[in-house]
Ligand binder design. Sequence first.
Ligand SMILES: [Cu+2]
Length: 184
Amino acid sequence: MRIRSTFAAGLASGGLAAVALAGPASSPAAASAALVDTERQPVISYNTTFVPPGSTARVRGIYPASDRTVVTLHVWGLAPNREYGAHAHKYGCSSTDPTAAGGHFQHVEGGASDPGYANPDNEIWLDFTTDGEGNGAAQAVVDWQFPAERRAQSVIIHDHHTATGPAGSAGTAGPRYGCLTVPF
Ligand SMILES: [Cu+2]
């Protein structure tokens, strides 16, 4: 019963198209509503040192319950042994303009560097550290879902792990090095 009501909640909040997009990768045993799966694809690079040609990434999202969202990020081929920041952003990627993706998606909208809004409970933070081959992964879990009329549309990869702390620095992670459009 729990599984059925969860799935219905996911569909009601806009999951229908995402379920169709998720395709055969979904396990028939999964109790969760699929949100998005980009499959592994090239990352748009704004910096060839830190997101070298050939870098790839995959973002997956699920609604495991009606009050929860889980997003995972995998990256391949970035600079080795290095900390990066990453977040869900408001708009899709431009191939040339790192700012086109806008600010961080915030569940409750407020100041971009106000710790009351710029925190991993209100935004989707996907910071990771690459291994010796430049591969890495991260997962974010939040207790809300995207409103049907306002959804994140990309994941941006930044210079360093995301700062917490006082207003002005909270939520900052340095220059934007790469972008993946994600139809959340
Ligand atoms: Cu960001």
